[in-house]
Every structure is written in C-alpha cells, then in structure tokens.
Design a protein around this ligand. Structure first.
Ligand code: ADE
Length: 243
C-alpha cells in the first residue's frame, strides 16, 4: 500500500515511521510519503493559511495552496485524483473511524491523507479534492497529523507481515471474528500474583472451552461498554454521520 500524507509537519512522522510494525509494513512493500504544503506554496513568507471570510477566530488552510501541493506531487488536477485513489480529509466532523472502516482502507492499494491545521480546511478542499472525510473521535485536535498517524497505524498493522504473529490482528477488539465486541482479557505468567490468580480455565489446556470462555468474556465486555455509553449502539457517534 502507498500512503501519501500532506501536512505542515512532515517531521512529526519520523518517530511514527520508526515503530516496528510500520517498519515491517514498509519492508513488506508499503510506502509512506510525506508532502509539505509549504514546499510548493505560491504565497510569500511560506504562507499557507488565511483569515476566514465572514470573520471569526483562527486561520483556514487555503485551497490554492493544497491544489498546488497535490498537483505538483501527482502531476494531475487534484479534482481528477479522487477517482483514482481514496483522498481523505481529516476532519472532526467526518465519518467515524472504526474497525470496519480500517478494514476497508486496508484493502485499498493507495491512500492520500490531507491534514488540516488551525480552524481546518477551506471547504472547497473537502468538496473538490477529497473522496472521504474521516474523524478519529468527537473532539477537536490542533491538526490532522495525529489523526493521520492513528489511521496509518490501524491500517498498516492489518497488512500481511506488519505484526509478528499473523493471527494477532484477526481475533482482536471489534473484529468480525469477535462479532464487533471488545477483545477478551489476556493473562501471562506468573499464574498467581499477590493472590490474584489467572482464571483456571486458561490453564486447563482445553482449547474449545477456552475459546468459549473468551467469547463469553468478550460479550460481557460489550455489554459493559454499552452500559457506559461507549459503544456505537449507544449513539456515541459511531453511526458514521458527520457532526
Ligand atoms: N482534525 C482535528 N480534529 C480531528 C479529529 N477529531 N479527527 C480527525 N481529524 C481531526
């Protein structure tokens, strides 16, 4: 998979790219590219943003700056690009990221992520250059960079070769294998610590019964999460509707 990230802070991604599963994904053929909006801005003083028409607080990322950055990188009109690859604008009001959306993105050959800053994007960027808007939660970050890292992290670890154990991304929280429920609890040695024993079933060696127990635990966690309003079914914003 090829992921292009348009940002004002390409340096931020140095740490991200040094993480093991990201390095593994790159070694297995994925590519991450970082494109700095400032590198091609036609405005003086490396300007990329401007005050909002109609007044109000903050600055808005300019449409001409993003147009030229994308056009320079891809060599085509960005309006055409959205029909060739998913172009995702990171916005707090976008479709909520969840495991199903991560699977959907992981199946794509290429993604483009557009990070906003300040008050966000000039709406024409979203309207004409993006195929999708994605949010990582109902709160406002100072920019899209952390959201881009969250998406890349969640997507790359789904790709073959990213995780050490190929099974570990299959039966995990919110996966189809668990019916969308949170993952069951894990334990490791020591079997008893300060009088806190590991559930006996896990030491039994009875794989079918262990599997049953884990599914039941996962279901219990789903009910507990729903009870505190933490699941999609509780209307916590997981319906994919923009805010
Ligand atoms: N940019 C600012 N806040 C964001 C959020 N919650 N999700 C995605 N992009 C954002």
């Amino acid at each position: 998979m090829q992921i292009d990230i348009f940002t004002l802070f390409p340096d931020w991604f140095g740490w991200f790219q040094s993480q093991r599963h990201v390095r593994n994904a790159i070694a297995a053929g994925s590519e991450l590219r970082y494109i700095d909006y400032r590198a091609t801005t036609p405005l003086s003083g490396a300007q990329v943003d401007d005050t909002p028409f109609g007044g109000g607080a903050g600055m808005v990322l300019r449409v001409d700056v993003v147009d030229i950055a994308m056009r320079t990188h891809y060599g085509i009109d960005p309006v055409e690009l959205a029909s060739q690859r998913r172009v995702i604008a990171l916005t707090p009001g976008g479709r909520m990221l969840d495991d199903a959306l991560v699977d959907e993105l992981a199946a794509e050959p290429a993604l483009t992520l557009l990070c906003g800053r300040y008050e966000g994007f000039d709406e024409r960027i979203v309207e004409h250059f993006a195929s999708d808007q994605i949010s990582i939660g109902r709160y406002v970050l100072a920019g899209g960079e952390l959201a881009a890292m969250v998406i890349c992290d969640a997507v790359l670890r789904k790709l073959p070769g990213a995780l050490g154990d190929a099974e570990s991304a299959v039966e995990e929280s919110f996966s189809t294998a668990l019916g969308g429920a949170p993952e069951y609890p894990h334990y490791t040695r020591p079997a008893d610590y300060r009088g806190w024993p590991v559930p006996e079933i896990l030491l039994s060696g009875h794989h079918a019964r262990i599997h049953e127990w884990r599914l039941a635990q996962s279901q219990a966690r789903a009910r507990a999460q729903a009870a505190v309003g933490g699941s999609d079914s509780e209307g916590a914003g997981g319906d994919g509707a923009p805010a």
